[in-house]
Each structure stands twice: as C-alpha cells, then as structure tokens.
Write a protein that binds this ligand. Sequence first.
Ligand SMILES: CC(=O)SCCNC(=O)CCNC(=O)[C@H](O)C(C)(C)COP(=O)(O)OP(=O)(O)OC[C@H]1O[C@@H](n2cnc3c(N)ncnc32)[C@H](O)[C@@H]1OP(=O)(O)O
Ligand SMILES: CC(=O)C(=O)O
Length: 522
Amino acid sequence: MDNFHVYDTTLRDGAQQEGLNLTVADKLAIARHLDGLGVGFIEGGWPGANPKDTEFFRRAQQELQLQHAQLAAFGATRRAGVKAADDPLVAALRDSGAGVVTLVAKSHDRHVELALRTTLEENLAMVRDTVSHLRAEGQRVFLDAEHFFDGYRDNRAYALEVLSTAFEAGAEIAALCDTNGGMLPGWIQDVVNDVIESTGVRVGIHCHNDTGCAVANTLAAVDAGATHVQGTINGYGERTGNADLIAVVANLELKLGRDVLPAGLLREATRTAHAIAEVTNVPPASRQPYVGSSAFAHKAGLHASAIKVDPMLYQHMDPIEVGNDMRLLVSDMAGKASIELKGRELGYDLAEHPQTVARVTAKVKEMEARGYTFEAADASFELMLLEEVEGTRPSFFTVESWRVISESRAVGEETEATVKVHAGGQRYVVTGEGNGPVNALDSALRRAIARAFPAVAEFELTDYKVRLYDDGHGTDAKTRVLIETTDGDTSWVTVGVGENVIQASFEALVDGLTFGLWRHQK
Ligand SMILES: CC(=O)SCCNC(=O)CCNC(=O)[C@H](O)C(C)(C)COP(=O)(O)OP(=O)(O)OC[C@H]1O[C@@H](n2cnc3c(N)ncnc32)[C@H](O)[C@@H]1OP(=O)(O)O
Ligand SMILES: CC(=O)C(=O)O
C-alpha cells in the first residue's frame, strides 16, 4: 500500500529498549512475524553500526521471503566534513541490500550546533549529499527528522529547510520524529498541518511515549495528513517506548475506517504481538490495548450480567477483529451472570440450573473471603464447579498423610517429603527429595500415583507464586499459593490457602494433579 505506509521499527528502535537483546536469529524470526501481520516496511537495524545488524541484512537477503514487507536499513547522514561516498557508515547502508534506506538527520538547530558540533549549512549539506548519493545508487530514501518538533519550536525555518533539502535531493518521506517524546496531540497536529501546507512534502510520523501519548500523537499526525506511521510491536523502545504499532493500525482500521494493512491481517495482531514477546522474552503486558490478555477480560458482576445479553454492551469492539478473545474472570466481584458465562466459557451450560449457579456464586465469595483467588486459578474453579454440577469432585487418589523434613547442614540443605497415598486400589508410601519442601512434596506425590496414573510423568510444575494473605489479623496471616502445571501441551493454574506455605502448596499441588488427570481422562 504505497499511499499509506505502516513502517515497523521493532528491530531498530524497539531493540533500543532497556533489557531487550536480540540475536540475528531472533531478528529474522521477528521479521517473519511482522511480514505475517502485513506491515509495509521492516526497519531491520543499522548496518555497519555493529556486526549483528550487518549480519542481519546479509542473512535477510538469503533467508527471508517476505510477502508484504520491504526491508529498510536505518543509519545517519554522512559525518561532517567527509564525502557521502567516502563515509563507511553510508557505504554500509548502500550495500545492505535493503530496498529502502531511512536516514536520521538533525533538524533541530541546537542539536546541530551542540551534538554534531557543526554549522547549520554543513548539516544541510550532509542531508543533501547523503540523500543524493544514495538516490544515485538506486536506493529509495526516507528521512527521519530527529527532534523535529522541538526544532520547529526553536527555529521553524531551519527545521522546514532540512525537510525541503532532503526532498529536493530525492527523499520520499519526511518522518517527523518526536525523539524526546514530550509532545501532545494538539501540538503535533498543528505542526504537521503547517509542514504539509508550507512545504508540500510527504509527511510521516515517529513518536515516543514519554507523555503517554505516542499512539494519540501518531493518530493526530495522520488526522493532519501524515501518510506514513512508524511504531513498534508492543510499544518497545528507548525509555518509555515507541508508539505501539498495533494500537495505531487497529485504531486506523477499526475506528477511522482506513485500510492500512492487507485485508484480514489485522486478525493476526494478537498472535503476532504474543509471538514477538516470546522471541524478545519480555513478558507481554496484560493490559495492552487490543492485544493484551486483559483487553477483553471482564471481572465485575454488573458487567457480566449485561454481557450475558450482548457482549458489545461492555466492549468497544469485537475482540475477534484483532484475534483476541473475551474472557470472564471469577472473583468475589462475580455475580450469578459471571458464573453462568464462565461456565459457558469452560463448556458447561448452566442457563437452566439457577440453583447451581447461585451455590457456586456463594461459594466463590465465601472462599475468596478466606484467601482463595479464582481469577488466576481457572483449574481450581473448574474442579469446584464440577463438584457443584455433578455432585462429586473428580478424585483419582486420596492422601492419608504427608510429612516434610528439612535438614540444614554445615554444607547445604536437604529436604525430604513422605506421602502416604491410596491410588488405583493400592496404598503407596513414597519418599521424595527436592531442593525445597514443595519440590520434595511434588516429587513424592507424583511418584506415589505414577503407577496407577502414568500420565503424571508428563506433568511439570512451571510456575509457583506465594503471597501472604493478611485478613487484618497480623498473627493470623494466611498464605496463598498459585501453582502452574503443564503437560507439555497446555497449562493450568490451581490455588491453595493454608496457615503456612507448605500446607497451601500441598493443596494447590493436589488440585494441579487432579485437574491434569481429569483433563487427560476426558
Ligand atoms: C534518535 C535515535 O534513536 S537515532 C538511533 C540511535 N541509535 C544508535 O545510536 C545505535 C547505533 N549506534 C552506534 O553503534 C554508534 O553510535 C555508531 C557506530 C553509529 C557511531 O559510533 P562512534 O563512531 O563511536 O560515535 P559516537 O556514538 O560516540 O557518536 C555519534 C557520532 O555520530 C554523529 N551523529 C549523530 N547524529 C548524526 C547524524 N544525524 N548525521 C551524522 N552524524 C551524526 C555525532 O556527532 C557523533 O560524531 P563524533 O563521533 O564525531 O562525535
Ligand atoms: C529516529 C528516531 O528513532 C527518533 O528520532 O526517535
């Protein structure tokens, strides 16, 4: 879509995020996901600035078969006082193999004088020469006008002259950068209006989120006539990040009726955001607009009662449009409608069972008052629901007793747990060791029931969270434990509450194994 550019800079500006470190293989994997979302441009990095980015462009030419996107190589205008053709960083851009070069240029006079330590005239020559040289080499050139909005305030004429110079030399786009991220939507809109009116250049927008307005600022620029939007997946980026590109395109498509991605690909948004989070190893933010796991999660009973009639009463859009799902959360804020809808989500039609629904609702509230939490522990909720719906709780084994001994020695510590369990008509007494009481109990319990239920060999404890639950009586503080278990394909979370951490953990462990076996049997 050449009349409107969706330009992703996850691999360049996104990678400037603190704590984010990508290998070449990671970058290639992310590029494939971005192409699957249908973005028009993937800024792959700064070839020549470090071996990894140079290698990315080399391998990208051989290994990436992009369907929708073109690669863009990012880099700076030539150094002051050298010819563009002689600048090794410009040569690396020219030789990167990318279809587009995006040149960052100074457009704020203060930066030219203080950071570049050169004259305003020389900076214009750096822009002109570098763009002309790359154009003569057959490259498409976009310009990132760094600190444009601050520069415009201090010296409007010079900021505009930088853009005109780049255009006269053959640049296609002037992406106006709010590099320090200090702008607000109204200001952006006024400046973009003026730039388009005064220069006639094709304007793009690149916003940082330091005022929390990166997406709003990007949309304001589009409203004023910008036809090229830059951003990153999950809003990754330096400091507080860049404009979240998915929120930008979803707003453009769903709220403003602009077709900016190839038809149907917005539905890949949630999958793409999460798949890229897997690669970056940055946990996805659950409250992220459109794609977060909480973006369409409903907790309040009043919301659920209206959603039962029509989900759109409490949603601004159908989550399917961005590939997300509605979820119902069960907690002490649930009403009967929440339980009925949660039941439906789990595959139980409770519409004709109002008494069951009322019992479960009351039980949830009573248990949450004692420290349980079900919104994160769907598996414990489902076991409780099954007990109310079917009259019995799934049970595969019974625990006669358990005991844990931790021994602190001169060298290290040893923990041993013994469980006495009845499973498959047999009584087992098994001792397990571990690097802590929960690990030892988990090991003993799974070994005890493995003969009767071999499926438990596949189960693994993948997450463990402890929280002191103080109900106002300091000495009576209880412990809540959440345990995530997986069978390799799916995972489920169970909750336990007790006077101490081991007791609470044991309850959550038993629920975890029970739920896994029940699902395996199903
Ligand atoms: C707003 C942004 O986020 S732009 C993207 C910024 N990204 C990065 O900086 C990551 C990659 N950068 C790097 O690897 C390095 O900084 C390099 C390889 C580019 C340069 O490294 P060095 O040669 O050691 O220079 P150093 O980083 O200390 O300083 C940057 C130099 O670029 C110059 N420079 C800055 N912006 C520009 C520009 N738009 N055009 C030309 N030169 C520029 C500076 O004046 C400085 O020059 P100097 O070395 O003569 O003082
Ligand atoms: C170019 C860029 O990343 C910026 O100005 O923020």
